[in-house]
Design a protein around this ligand. Sequence first.
Ligand SMILES: *[C@@H]1O[C@H](CO)[C@@H](O)[C@H](O)[C@H]1NC(C)=O
Ligand SMILES: *[C@@H]1O[C@H](CO)[C@@H](O)[C@H](O)[C@H]1NC(C)=O
Ligand SMILES: *[C@@H]1O[C@H](CO)[C@@H](O)[C@H](O)[C@H]1NC(C)=O
Length: 484
Amino acid sequence: MRAHGLVAACGALALCLALTEATNPGFVVRITQAGLDYAHQQGIAVLEKELAQLKLPDISGDFRIRHVGNVRYEISRLDLRSFHLPYSRITLVPSLGLQVAISNAFAEVDGNWRVKIHFIRDHGSFDLKVENIYIKISLKLGSDPSGKPTIDTSDCNTRISNVRVHFSGKFGRLYNLFHSAIESRFRKILESEVCRNVINSVRSELQPYLQTLPVTARIDVMAGTAGIDYSLVGPPTVTSQSLDVDLKGEFFSLAHRSTVPFPPLVLNLPPEHDRMVYFGTSSYFFNTAGFVYHAAGVLVFEITDSMIPKGFDFHLNTSTFSAFVPQLEMMYPNMMMKLRLSAPSAPFLNIGPGGLSLKPVVDIQAYAILPNSSLAPLFLLGLTGNVSAVINMKSNHVAGNLNVGRMKFSLKHSDVGPFQVRTLQSIMNIVASNILLPRLNERLEKGFPLPLPDRIQLYNTLVQFHQNFLLLGADVHYQPREGR
Ligand SMILES: *[C@@H]1O[C@H](CO)[C@@H](O)[C@H](O)[C@H]1NC(C)=O
Ligand SMILES: *[C@@H]1O[C@H](CO)[C@@H](O)[C@H](O)[C@H]1NC(C)=O
Ligand SMILES: *[C@@H]1O[C@H](CO)[C@@H](O)[C@H](O)[C@H]1NC(C)=O
């Protein structure tokens, strides 16, 4: 049935493909029951404080007592001394949202009373115990047009089964006669005030907090050229196991955004649930980074003599290189050299169970630096190699570190006539692994930020590799704002 509906809805296959492409996430945040339990614990602590500050209205009314007559009463200065929520739990309601059930909550209230019977007036204080408060809250999650998450109360129900009022004063016992009238009015007021407060707290505290999720993350790996789009591609989905939030997960150019020419693949997260939160990071996510940086022309790297580490007894000059390219001695004697590395195409990364690898193609253009500082092109080498990456999670960032396997060099073009490239292999290997790689890794060290709302710290992290995606797991620590 579903498949038929989908085909009918899509009409043409091309449209169908476009639709599926548009909705596959590049990044998935999965919150497990353990994560929800932790969030719930924080939320309940806030709600408990909010409820203890409930403002209750004065109550007044008339009541008839047999043989006595009409009694006018007034209850004022109601003050909630405490509101306790000792038992509660949060559950996932598949395809609907979340449900919070609070049971056996209790509260204590003080207040003043005043009665008038015929010409007699009396007043005093009372205390009231409210027990067996049961609150059921249904929460619905969504996304707004800017791709930020939204949350709202779709249903709230409070039931109070036990209110006990105790009057003190000269005729206290007499007034206890009409406690039931007061108790039932009080119960109704409290029931609606609790839900009003819950709805308000979700709107004024929880929703703004969720909206601190940075849907655009700025990154400084390559001189602030790119950002990450972490906007939601649809409302979060609730299954019996987890709450999944699908994000676009795409790098984009801050200068001008263009369409990524490849689609995100389906991300099938494994049913892991040890950690509070998991981040499924598609190879699409990393490849959009390569695409954006390549298009921005920042995948260029220049190597000069001054970058050669101390302790290496060679210099980047034409006398050194004339051992491999003899004609340099004649054509450009005693000149310094410069290597310019660039990527002719965007690097493409593969993620599989064995790890993360890429086969970059790098062009290396060698120049002689002439006495008047202009550059004379010498030769152009092509470098291919197998690069593997190690992924680290450091606080709320994910950083990488590249390892290069054997590299292959080929001569693409020469301005100085033919020579044996093979002989250059060892010196170029030294340059690539001792100069290029450490500098590249230094930049990758900064990593990219994970999409997290404010005041969250991750710990107990794990990194796993799966077909087409990287799975990061962590537990969460929430740091409440000062003075709360
Ligand atoms: C070029 O490098 C060699 C060592 O590799 C060094 O002996 C020589 O002095 C250098 N020449 C210049 C001009 O720097
Ligand atoms: C630098 O010198 C070279 C050869 O001596 C010459 O061809 C080139 O035009 C000069 N460049 C500048 C900017 O003077
Ligand atoms: C890279 O790995 C592939 C196999 O995955 C191999 O065929 C190729 O020769 C390797 N390239 C280099 C430069 O080692």
